[in-house]
Design a protein around this ligand. Structure first.
Ligand code: ATP
Length: 593
C-alpha cells in the first residue's frame, strides 16, 4: 500500500463513533484525531466525504442517486431480490443500515462465490472517492444503468459497515450532524493553536472550501491559510445585519448612519473574471443560469475583474415600481422556461457593495470607500442600478428616508456604519435593519426550521395539523424549538405538506434537535420558513434559549403565522438564531415597558 492508501475503514470508524454521540467536544476530538492521521494530499477528500459530498458545496455537484435506484445496485451486489430489500427498507427506514445488515447476513458460501470473480482488497479512501466521483460525473442516456453497475461493483468490495456509509453518501443521506464550524474547530486543534481558529474561519468566510483550506493548512500551516485570498468565481460568505426596533436606538449604535433602502428580493453576489460571470445566492448556490438577463448586462458593462453584491427584485419597467418578493420568487429554481420567465417577471439588480476589484480585496476598506468604487465602476444599465444611500444623523431625516423606502416598495432600510469593513460571514452591528413590521405590534419575521410535525385532525385529516419549528443555536450547534406553526397556509400548500417533507422524514428525532415536545413526525432540519409572530413569551415547553432568561424556561413565539415565503435561499444554519430570539425578547420588553 502506498502512503496515500489510507483505508476507507479508518474514515468509517470515525463516522461510527460520531453517530453514537451528540457531544460536540467528543465529535471534535474524533475528527481532529482523524485529521492528524490523514496524509495532507488527501485530507481535502476526507473533509468533503465527512460533509457527505465530493466537492465544496458551492459547486452544487450532487451525488444524489435516488434510493430506489440504489436498491438495484444493492440487489446486484448481494443477489437479494429488490422486493426483499424494499421491504426491509420500509421496516428499518434507513437504506444504509439495511445494506449493512444484508451484507453481513450473507453466508460464507455466498461470500466465497463472490470472491471467486473479484479479488477482494480493502477499500481505500482514494478508491472510494474516485469511484463515487466517476458515478457523479455520469449523465445522459444509459447513465443510470452505468451508475447502478459501478455502485454494485463498489459494494462487492465493501465490508458491511463500509457499505452502510457508501449507500448513505450516494443517496445524500449521510447526516453526521457535523457542521462547518465544527470541522474548523477540529482542523485548528489538529494543525494549529486553538487561538488561530479565527484565521481559519476568516479564510473559510472568503473562500468557503473547507477541503482546500484543510489541505493548505496541513501542508503549509497557518501561513498558507493566511495567503488564501478572495478569488472571483468563489463565493464569499455574506455579511449580515442585526435588527433594532426603533430609530433612536439605531442612531445610538451608528450616530452617523449611511442609510440604504432594504429591497425585498434575492441577494445576489456577482463575480466577473474576464468573460466569465457567475451569480451566487445568499446560500452560495450558483444561480447564474436562472438570471441570463443580469448576466448579459454585467457582460456588457466591460468590467473584467470584480465582485459585487446586490439585491435582485422584481421590477415593473414601465412604472419603475419595485414589486413584492412573491414576484421574483417565480424566477428562482427554474430549469426550464427561463426565457419566458425573463419576460413575465422582469427584474432589476440594485448593487449595494463592491468586495473586490482588479486584484484588490476591498472588504478591508471602509463602507464609504467601497461605495465610492462601486459608483465609479457601475453605470446603471438596463437591469442594473445602484442602491441609494444617505448619511443621516437625526430621527426626522431617518423617518423621512424610511417612509420613502416603503413608498417605492422596499421592506425597510438598512443603516450601515460608514467606517466599517465588510465582515464576511458575520452578523454584526455595523449593519442594522429596520423593517416595516417593526412599526406594528408584531415582532419581526423570523426564519425558522421545520424539525417535526403533528398529524392533522378534522379538516386537516390526511395532512399535518401543525409543524414544529426551531431556531438555530450556533453555540450549541443544535436546533431549539420555539413554536408550533399551523396558521398561514392556503389549502393547497397545507395538503401538500406531507409530500414536501417526505424526503426529510426520520424515524426518530434528529440528533441536532433539542425538544421537550414529542412530535408525531420528525424531520432532518432542512426547510426554512418565514414566520411572523405576535410576541415572544417565556415557555416551559420550548427549548429555545432554555434557562437564559428564567430557569427551566425557554422562549416561544406566540400566534405564529407562515408568511407564505419558503426561505429556499437559506440553509438551516442561516435560520434565525437563539441569541437573536433572546435579543428580540429583550427588545420587546423594553418596547412595551
Ligand atoms: P431578511 O430575512 O431580513 O432579509 P437575512 O437574514 O436574509 O434577512 P440580514 O443580513 O438579516 O439577512 O438582512 C439583510 C438582507 O437584506 C441581506 O441579506 C440582503 O438580502 C437584503 N438587502 C436588501 N437591501 C439591502 C441593502 N441595501 N444592503 C444590504 N442588504 C440588503
Amino acid at each position: 500500500m502506498l502512503l496515500l492508501d489510507v483505508l476507507y475503514r479508518e474514515l468509517v470508524d470515525t463516522f461510527e463513533k460520531i453517530e453514537k454521540t451528540s457531544k460536540r467536544l467528543e465529535i471534535t476530538d474524533y475528527l481532529s484525531n482523524l485529521f492528524k492521521k490523514i496524509p495532507s494530499d488527501i485530507i481535502d477528500k476526507v473533509v468533503y466525504l465527512i460533509k457527505g459530498g465530493l466537492h465544496p458545496d458551492y459547486l452544487g455537484i450532487e451525488l444524489g442517486i435516488a434510493e430506489k435506484l440504489t436498491i438495484k445496485s444493492i440487489s446486484a451486489a448481494t443477489s437479494i431480490p429488490e422486493e426483499d430489500i424494499l421491504k426491509k427498507w420500509q421496516e428499518i427506514g434507513d437504506l444504509g443500515t439495511v445494506t449493512e445488515i444484508l451484507i453481513s447476513n450473507q453466508t460464507k458460501e455466498e461470500e466465497s462465490k463472490k470472491n471467486s470473480y473479484s479479488i477482494k482488497k480493502p477499500l481505500t479512501i482514494e478508491a472510494v472517492y474516485m469511484v463515487l466521483g466517476h458515478i457523479a460525473k455520469l449523465s445522459g442516456t444509459g447513465s443510470q444503468k452505468a451508475k447502478i453497475q459501478i455502485l454494485s461493483y463498489l459494494l462487492q468490495y465493501a465490508e458491511p459497515v463500509e457499505a452502510k456509509y457508501i449507500i448513505k453518501t450516494v443517496t445524500g443521506k449521510l447526516r453526521l450532524g457535523v457542521g462547518d464550524m465544527l470541522i474548523i474547530d477540529a482542523l485548528s486543534i489538529a494543525f494549529a493553536k486553538k487561538t488561530d481558529r479565527n484565521v481559519i474561519e476568516r479564510a473559510y468566510n472568503i473562500y468557503p472550501d473547507l477541503g482546500m483550506i484543510a489541505k493548505v493548512l496541513a501542508k503549509e500551516g497557518l501561513d498558507g491559510v493566511l495567503s488564501i485570498k478572495i478569488t472571483p468565481g468563489i463565493p464569499i460568505r455574506p455579511m449580515l445585519a442585526e435588527r433594532l426596533y426603533n430609530i433612536k436606538e439605531i442612531l445610538e449604535k451608528i450616530p452617523l448612519s449611511a442609510v440604504e433602502n432594504k429591497y425585498d428580493g434575492i441577494r445576489m453576489q456577482c463575480h466577473i473574471k474576464d468573460d466569465i460571470i457567475k451569480l451566487f445566492s445568499r446560500r452560495l448556490e450558483d444561480i447564474t443560469d436562472q438570471f441570463p438577463d443580469i448576466r448579459m448586462d454585467l457582460k456588457e458593462s466591460k468590467i473584467r475583474d470584480a465582485i459585487f453584491e446586490g439585491e435582485c427584485v422584481a421590477f415593473n419597467q414601465n412604472t419603475g415600481e419595485i414589486l413584492p418578493f412573491q414576484e421574483i420568487s417565480h424566477r428562482r429554481g427554474r430549469k426550464q422556461g427561463i426565457i419566458q420567465a425573463i419576460e413575465d417577471y422582469p427584474v432589476c439588480l440594485f448593487l449595494f457593495d463592491c468586495l473586490y476589484k482588479d486584484g484588490e480585496d476591498l472588504t478591508v476598506k471602509s463602507y464609504l470607500e467601497r461605495r465610492k468604487i462601486l459608483e465609479s465602476v457601475i453605470k446603471p444599465f438596463d437591469k442594473i442600478d445602484i442602491s441609494n444611500y444617505e448619511i443621516i444623523d437625526n430621527i426626522k431625516d431617518f423617518e423621512k428616508f424610511f417612509d420613502r423606502a416603503l413608498e417605492i416598495g422596499c421592506e425597510g432600510i438598512i443603516a450601515k456604519s460608514p467606517d466599517s469593513k465588510y465582515m464576511a460571514g458575520a452578523r454584526g452591528w455595523n449593519w442594522i435593519k429596520y423593517k416595516r413590521e417593526y412599526k406594528s405590534e408584531l415582532v419581526d419575521t423570523v426564519d425558522l426550521v421545520a424539525v417535526g410535525a403533528f398529524s392533522g385532525r378534522g379538516r386537516r385529516a390526511g395532512t399535518y395539523g401543525a409543524l414544529l419549528m426551531a431556531a438555530y443555536n450556533p453555540d450549541k450547534d443544535c436546533f431549539e424549538t420555539v413554536c408550533k406553526l399551523g396558521t398561514g397556509f392556503d389549502d393547497d400548500t397545507l395538503m401538500r405538506l406531507p409530500a414536501k417533507f417526505e424526503e426529510y422524514r426520520l424515524k426518530e428525532i434528529d440528533k441536532s434537535v433539542e425538544s421537550r415536545i414529542d412530535a408525531d413526525y420528525w424531520f432532518v432540519p432542512s426547510v426554512v420558513m418565514e414566520i411572523l409572530g405576535a410576541e415572544i413569551t417565556l415557555s416551559p415547553i420550548h427549548t429555545c434559549g432554555l434557562g437564559s432568561i428564567k430557569d427551566d424556561f425557554g422562549l416561544a413565539i406566540r400566534f405564529p403565522r407562515f408568511t407564505g415565503r419558503w426561505r429556499d435561499d437559506k440553509n438551516p444554519f442561516d435560520a434565525t438564531t437563539t441569541p437573536e430570539i433572546i435579543e428580540m425578547y429583550k427588545l420587546q420588553l423594553k418596547r412595551f415597558k
